[in-house]
Write a protein that binds this ligand. Structure first.
Ligand code: ADP
Ligand code: MG
Length: 678
């Protein structure tokens, strides 16, 4: 028996069981050994119901009465009476309707949750519930019981039984980390960790096992990005000498002075340009920090060196806006800026293709239309990707491939992420951060309103318009869906136009408009021809209309924290005081999310809070890095990430050959393929 032995050959695993394992992606002994528990139940502290005290409690009980009811706005509440031989207690679950099915099956459960005084009585709120017969192996249970992710038809008890068969193998598992790393980090051996993750004798043993396995996973991931970075460094690129006069005249022509952070970022970029190693840099800047002008300055430099710039943005609205901004920045120096989107058709498109191929256009701004095979550059030397997380690795790569030599790459993002997380998600990139807003900016005043305060907000909007400013009203949905009462953008638009804001000009923007229609509305708003823009979240990223100073977000509780921050970033882009009013859909108390956004304008702070509130899986799980699929490590564990990063750096610096560690090398290579840009 070894790690590649198929599970079917293990005692107690018949063909049907093997099939169920296979459905969960578990085929071999090795797969099962790394099928780590999703949590643990601590049987060592089971309390009798009569002895319950407020705080976290674990109890073993039967369910007597299970009921579900709907309370306000679709929220579903499940209640159950739990009983053991000492007494009864009420348990309540919010928005976990599946509990009804689970609990109605009957039997003994192990509950673990918060025992508290709420709604005038003692109850257990949102406890976990594990069926005792599912987890309890026949010989009785250990004090600390691992709970495995449910596999259809397979119970934790069976998983444990099969793992028990593997115990002899577990004790013989070879070490997978370099011995030096193990000693330096004072970690338990691989064999011990696998043993204690599945069969912990104490909480301490379980925690040590978890730490060792988490460290290992992060170490592999961070080693992969270190190696990717090293490999990128070996590529040959285009050296573009710094032209001081050119940059000086560019800066003198700006209507504003650069912030210190902008100057530092540009400096980083010019240093990268000068080297023959292609740049691979991420420009992270909170909304409104002024990323576009940084990219524009770099494009100016690239053009002077004789190279074209490709500037890719995720939406047509943004591409058009960037083209205008860059044209204003660059045409005074005789540079030509072209715009390529799906909306450019026929002869105009052909002419643009030709101009790009001839090198007549210096900067080509566009959507993903830029990566089509018909687009051939004359001499592409610099690639900018705005809101880079909106593009997949393949799309970014396709644009880089438009040059025979690896061009310099500047990725930009307005989604600030905590530094420790940046190490794992952007480990192979160099990072410049715009952590300073232009000096003339006042912090946006944010207020959470109630539905009753709407008329006051309208009054405030009207006052701003009277002063010459403009406003956004953000709604959630396009159709007036009778199933919910979210403000629908079309209905809201008509309502505002025919009542409160009869005397103002109002525009409507949403994703179902054609591109031309969208452009027209945006153009009008940018030119100040519209006082109010009623919009869905299509304005979420990047839109820059500095004269807009007030925003009302309807149904604010339906948006995520990061999204609210991005939306709010559409105002506060000039020297005028800006305001953001958020009205939740219900009359319930504002959520913590809303209270945080009311309190802070700092994207980095809010990102930390978001990470804490939702966890990294929710935030980054669906993004390009979802594929990382970490088994045990948490991307929220800043300490462990920093520790693993240090160790990975030291390993690379030591010059040791990774191939001496077969298992490690295999994992690292897999991560390298997942994360690399090259
Ligand atoms: P973001 O970082 O969100 O992409 P933009 O590049 O759209 O920000 O810039 C936001 C606004 O700030 C634009 O109107 C831009 O002209 C302006 N801006 C950029 N840099 C400065 C500066 N140093 N001083 C004043 N305004 C600036
Ligand atoms: Mg931007």
């Amino acid at each position: 028996m070894n790690l590649t032995t198929s599970l079917e050959r293990i005692k107690g695993v018949g063909p049907r069981t093997a099939e169920q394992f296979a459905k969960a992606g578990l085929f071999t002994v090795g797969d099962l050994l790394t099928f780590f528990p999703r949590g643990y139940e601590d049987f060592s502290h089971v309390t009798k119901i009569t002895d319950l005290k407020p705080g976290k409690v674990t109890l073993q009980a039967r369910c007597e009465k299970v009921e579900m009811r709907s309370v306000r706005r679709g929220m579903r509440v499940v209640t159950a009476t739990l009983a053991d031989d000492s007494g009864k207690v009420q348990a309540v679950w919010f928005n976990q309707p599946y509990r009804v099915t689970q609990l109605k099956e009957g039997g003994e459960f192990l509950f673990s949750g918060e025992f508290e005084f709420r709604y005038n009585r003692y109850q257990i709120t949102n406890p976990s519930a594990e069926k005792v017969s599912d987890i309890d192996a026949s010989e009785g249970h250990d004090a600390i019981m691992p709970i495995y992710r449910a596999i259809a038809g397979l119970k934790t008890s069976l998983v444990r039984k099969v793992l028990q068969e593997l115990q002899p193998l577990i004790t013989m598992l070879p070490e997978t980390l370099p011995q030096k790393v193990l000693e330096k980090e004072k970690l338990v051996s691989y064999s011990e960790a696998v043993q204690n993750i599945h069969f912990p004798a104490t909480v301490d043993a379980m925690e040590q096992a978890k730490a060792r396995l988490s460290f290992e996973e992060l170490f592999q991931l961070l080693l992969a990005s270190q190696l990717n970075k090293q490999e990128h460094g070996k590529l040959s690129g285009i050296a573009m000498p710094f032209a001081q006069e050119i940059i000086k005249s560019f800066v003198e022509n700006l209507p504003f002075g650069l912030t210190g952070a902008q100057r530092r970022a540009v400096w980083d970029i010019f240093q990268d340009f000068e080297s023959a190693t292609p740049m691979n840099r991420l420009l992270q800047g909170d909304v409104g920090a002024g990323k576009t002008v940084v990219a524009g300055m770099a494009a100016r430099q690239a053009a002077h060196a004789g190279y074209q710039t490709a500037f890719m943005a995720p939406t047509e609205i943004l591409a058009r806006q960037h083209a205008q901004t860059l044209d204003a920045l660059l045409s005074p120096f005789g540079l030509k800026v072209g715009l390529l989107t799906g909306g450019v058709k026929g002869a105009a498109r052909k002419a643009l293709y030709a101009a790009i191929a001839e090198g007549e256009v210096d900067v080509v701004v566009g959507t993903h239309a830029l990566i089509q095979s018909k687009v051939v550059f004359h001499t592409l030397g610099f690639v900018v990707i705005d809101e880079q997380h909106r593009f997949g690795v393949a799309q970014r790569q396709a644009l880089l491939d438009k040059s025979p030599v690896m061009p310099h790459l500047l990725s930009m993002t307005a989604t600030p992420i905590p530094r420790s997380l940046a190490l794992t998600v952007y480990g192979e990139l160099d990072i410049s951060i715009l952590d300073e807003k232009p000096a003339n900016r006042l912090p946006i005043i944010t207020k959470i309103g109630s539905p009753n305060s709407r008329s006051e907000v309208y009054k405030k909007i009207d006052e701003e318009i009277e002063k010459g400013r403009q406003a956004y009203v953000i709604c959630n949905l396009i159709d007036n869906n009778p199933d919910n009462d979210l403000a629908s953008v079309e209905v809201e638009y008509k309502r505002l136009r025919n009542s409160v804001f009869k005397h103002r000009t109002i525009g409507l923007l949403h994703g179902r408009l054609s591109n031309t229609e969208k452009d027209e509305v945006m153009e009008k708003f940018a030119k100040g021809e519209l006082d109010i823009l009623v919009s869905t979240t299509v304005v979420e990223v990047g839109v820059d209309v500095p004269n807009a100073t007030i925003m009302l977000i309807e149904d604010g509780d339906r948006f995520g924290l990061a999204q609210l921050h991005q939306l709010r970033g559409r105002v506060g882009r000039s020297a005028h005081q800006s305001y953001c009013f958020i009205i939740p859909s219900g009359s319930q108390k504002p959520s913590q999310r809303l209270r945080e956004i009311e309190k802070s304008n700092d994207g980095f702070y809010l990102a930390e809070v978001d990470l804490e509130l939702r966890g990294p899986g929710e935030i980054y799980g669906r993004s390009q890095h979802g594929a990382l699929n970490l088994q045990i490590a948490s991307l929220a564990d800043a300490k462990m990430i920093t520790r693993a990063q240090k160790a990975a750096k030291a390993f690379v610096a030591s010059g040791e050959n990774l191939l001496h560690y077969k298992q490690l090398a295999k994992q690292v290579e897999a991560y390298q393929r997942l994360t690399t840009l090259n």
